[in-house]
Design a protein around this ligand. Structure first.
Ligand code: PMP
Length: 369
């Protein structure tokens, strides 16, 4: 038996952190993780199966996944030597922070946002600072600029569209920040396909811009774990040092290649229909007394519940077989739930359930349960 407590060998900054977790609740309608409600189209799956089957599984993937990088370059309009592919964009967030953040590095976030940035930057000993979203839950771009410049941050991490609010950091404001701020600006664009905004066109002019993207949302490949980073080639060389060799397996790599090839005919229409459904849901939920949906440029949106605690509404939806995300413990979001856009049928069920839950008669009944 060891005479010491091994936990004492874990870094104190890590022991002080709470892990990134998710409740393992299972329901027929799952709209809690901002996934694509449609599976990857069958022709893509079949083509991936064929490509993987005809290749030796005993051999490692290519050391540099050049075919995928070339496809990503054509897809994004950025140069292949400035692109890294990752095992989900989470891996690239970690690699990027690993090569930029050490004890005392000033990392500026705009919160509430995706919790992984604070977790990872803190675990690396970074000095994490935060600017709040404004009262409408949008970016206060002047406050971000002031905090970045006067607070002399080293790295700013923005999520645009932001998870969990869906607000976008406008390109003009982003350009102003890149111009005035002598530090790295990382923009996590996991949900950009639902927004119509594309920051990649700023890459040729700003060497301090790093973009992170994923195949997990619009590309309907959450289970495959593929993400990518677009950056200045010299920055990409450095971030690659923190990425594990062969981080992408041959199945994920083939899936990403085929998804890009079939994006325009098979995936783009899905994204367009999700955006239409988002707008329909926001209008419909806006007519329900006691619920206030917030505008969003992503495949999810926030709903303020003014008449009942969000945890109660969350539980009521679970009872109806619908899982949303309770974000009421995030800063500024004590009254909110986050809803991912589902298929039209799932959205209809959600609307029925919300209407029933919020009707005065029912609200009294189920609250007393
Ligand atoms: N960035 C944001 C803002 C996200 O919300 C998520 C997923 N929840 C990710 C990155 C992770 O994406 P991936 O599946 O590519 O690791």
């Amino acid at each position: 038996m060891a005479k010491f407590d091994p936990i004492t060998k874990i870094k104190p900054v890590v022991r002080a952190l709470s892990a990134y977790t998710l409740d393992p609740i299972e329901t027929p309608i799952k709209i809690n993780q901002n996934e694509n409600p449609y599976d990857l189209p069958e022709p893509i799956k079949r083509e991936v199966e064929e490509r993987v089957r005809s290749r030796a599984w005993s051999r490692y993937p290519a050391f540099v996944p050049s075919t995928l990088l070339e496809r990503l370059a054509a897809f994004s309009g950025w140069r292949a030597d400035g692109i890294l592919a990752g095992n989900g964009s989470n891996e690239l967030i970690q690699a990027l922070l690993m090569v930029t953040v050490g004890p005392g590095t000033r990392v500026l976030l705009v919160e509430p946002t995706f919790t992984l940035y604070r977790l990872q930057a803190s675990a690396l000993g970074g000095d994490v600072r935060s600017v709040a979203l404004d009262a409408q839950l949008s970016f206060d771009t002047e406050a971000v600029e002031t905090a970045a410049i006067s607070g002399a941050a080293d790295v700013v991490v923005l999520c645009s569209p932001n998870n969990p609010t869906g607000c976008v950091y406008g390109l003009e404001a982003l350009e102003r920040l890149l111009e005035r701020f002598d530090g790295l600006v990382v923009v996590d664009e996991a949900y950009r396909d639902f927004s119509g905004q594309d920051a990649a066109r700023l890459l040729p002019r700003y060497r301090n811009l790093v973009l992170l993207r994923t195949f997990s949302k619009a590309m309907a490949m959450g289970g495959m774990r593929v993400g990518y980073m677009l950056a200045d080639p010299a920055v990409a060389v450095e971030v690659a040092k923190a990425k594990l060799p062969y981080n992408l397996n041959i199945v994920s790599m083939a899936a990403a290649e085929v998804a890009i090839e079939r994006h325009d005919d098979l995936l783009r229409p899905i994204v367009e229909s999700i955006v239409l459904e988002r707008e329909r849901l926001i209008v419909e939920i806006g007519t329900i007394d006691g619920l206030e949906p917030f505008p969003s440029s992503a495949n999810f949106f926030l709903v303020r519940c003014s008449k009942i605690p969000p945890a109660d509404l969350f539980a009521r939806l679970v009872a109806d077989g619908i899982l949303v995300r309770d974000v009421s413990r995030y800063p500024m979001l004590a009254d909110f739930l986050r809803i991912t856009v589902g298929t039209p049928e799932e959205n209809d069920s959600l609307l029925r359930s919300l209407r029933s839950a919020m009707s005065d008669r029912n609200r009294e009944r189920w609250r007393s349960l």
